[in-house]
Design a protein around this ligand. Structure first.
Ligand code: NAD
Length: 459
């Protein structure tokens, strides 16, 4: 099938290359010429496991990057909109979606045949029907349902595992308000034979995406609140508490052979320094504003965000327990990406913690295996020393703050063996083995003073 994709970002690129791998012919359009030129020369603008292999395999054949939207739409039968939907002043900014729809509509005005426009960007319920459809109708002078179709196909990929998620989806949601559009969308995904298909209307498809992200964000903030409570309880470690909660058979079912399955959802029921990335914070904010506009405010979600915004400060508070004043204290920040496996730093906890450390006069060195370039752009001309390796970052550090659970950080106990004096390690992800690190603090762990008080009380 000939497909045009508008937007060559995380979602557009992964979608385009994975669909090319399934035999479709893709033209991937972006307004960013540098990005398109780079792609045309085999250079990916993002880090995502497996994507370079797909680009090498399909570039120039099944996958063509281009800035020429008109030709891409004209030569395809289906167009996917995968442009950004940022939040500005607390509400979703749909201007990129509207602009893309306007450009597509102008091409549809002179194109024959039934063309389907599918919204893949995350958009608030009603957007496909009330914004995309009318913009397409106005700019094309044609009628949806008969001359062209519209659909909504939310994307559930996780950065860091995007290619695998796209190729092995847990569900494919196809929202359409007419059968012609649905039929074309089903052909796009025909090769995903064993995948659960959810065929519904466009508004439900839009709502499913927000509900999924809001649920996961809620689990994280819930876990963080419990962690903060454990930290003051005395002798309590949130890892033990939530670990036992995970064993509830309604969460981790016991199979007939007695073995347990540990569902991936348990990874969201863990305490840490908060969620970041381009989706959870923005989507929760957009849903809050959308619900408020409809006079049905989702009060719970305000708390989810508030907890998340506060959570990085919990780490600074752990440092404050050990350093009277952070002036001239050398703090090594490990992990700049919002999660391992990606170089995306959007809304990463590091972007909150580093400026606060600098404001308090700390000397900051930072290390991330792949996200340094993105962090430099995001933090601007800051006084951070970006270390070329983990070893260099922690050299001379008085404190080490772990913010991203990159596997290589597991070497910390070995790296600290020869260190004198030992730095204080503050684990923002509860990723390290606390028993192997002599000076250890972690989110959700009662501090040394509360631990001592609890021990005395229990005698
Ligand atoms: P992104 O910022 O990485 O990419 C968007 C791209 O669209 C940019 O390269 C931009 O230049 C391009 N663009 C904007 N307007 C354009 C236009 N008129 N014509 C052509 N190109 C245009 O964004 P992303 O992370 O890929 O997210 C895209 C959408 O998918 C968002 O709505 C997001 O919420 C959603 N989503 C993202 C993820 C994720 O993990 N990143 C997962 C699921 C859903």
């Amino acid at each position: 099938m000939k497909v045009s994709i508008i937007g060559a970002g995380y979602v557009g690129l992964v979608t385009g290359l994975c669909l090319a791998d399934r035999g479709h012919r893709i033209q991937c359009v972006d307004v960013d010429e540098e990005r398109i030129n780079g792609l045309a020369n085999g250079i990916l603008p993002i880090h995502e496991a497996g994507l370079d292999r797909l680009l090498n395999k399909h570039l120039g054949h099944g996958f063509v990057p281009t800035t020429d939207l008109a030709t891409a739409v004209m030569e395809s039968e289906l167009t996917v909109i995968a442009v950004g939907t940022p939040v500005r002043n607390g509400a979703i900014d749909l201007s990129y979606v509207a602009s893309a729809a306007g450009s597509i509509g102008k091409v549809l005005a002179r194109k024959g045949g039934f063309h389907v426009v599918v919204v893949k960007s995350t958009v608030v319920p009603g957007t496909t029907d009330e914004l995309v459809r009318p913009v397409l109708e106005t700019s094309s002078g044609k009628s949806s349902g008969s001359d062209f179709g519209v659909g909504m196909n939310p994307e559930f990929l996780r950065e860091g595992e995007a290619v695998d998620d796209f190729q092995n989806p847990d569900r494919i949601v196809l929202g359409a308000d007419d059968s012609g559009s649905l039929e074309v969308m089903m052909r796009l995904y025909a090769s995903f034979r064993d995948t659960h298909l959810v065929c519904t209307n466009t508004r439900t498809a839009e709502m499913i995406k927000y509900t999924s992200n809001a649920l996961l964000a809620t689990l994280i903030s819930f876990s963080n609140e419990i962690g903060n409570l454990c930290a003051v309880a005395g002798g309590v470690d949130v890892v033990d508490v939530l670990g036992a909660v995970h064993l509830d058979k309604r969460i981790s079912p016991i199979e007939s052979d007695g073995r347990r399955t540990t569902p991936a959802i348990t990874s969201y029921l863990k305490a840490g320094c908060g969620f970041g990335g381009s989706c959870f914070p923005k989507d929760v904010r957009a849903l809050i504003q959308w619900s408020t506009d409809r006079e049905r405010p989702v009060r719970l979600l305000n708390a989810v965000l508030e907890t998340n915004e506060q959570q990085p400060h919990e780490l600074i508070a752990l440092l404050d327990r050990h350093f009277h004043d952070l002036r001239n204290v050398h703090v090594a920040v490990l992990g700049l990406a919002f999660k391992p496996g990606t170089d995306d730093v959007r809304e990463s906890p590091a972007l909150r913690i580093i400026p606060e450390l600098l404001r308090r006069g700390a000397v900051v060195s930072a290390y991330d295996p792949i996200a340094v370039a993105q962090a430099k752009l995001a933090l601007g001309d800051s006084k951070v020393f970006y270390a070329p390796s983990l070893e260099t970052a922690i050299e001379n550090a008085d404190a080490v703050v772990l913010l991203t659970s990159w596997p290589e950080f597991q070497q910390m106990p070995e790296l600290l063996q020869a260190r004198e004096p030992l730095p204080m390690v503050v684990d923002g992800r509860r990723f390290l083995d606390k028993t192997r690190i002599p000076r250890y603090e972690g989110i959700g762990l009662s501090g040394e003073s509360t631990r001592r008080r609890a021990a005395v009380a229990s005698h």
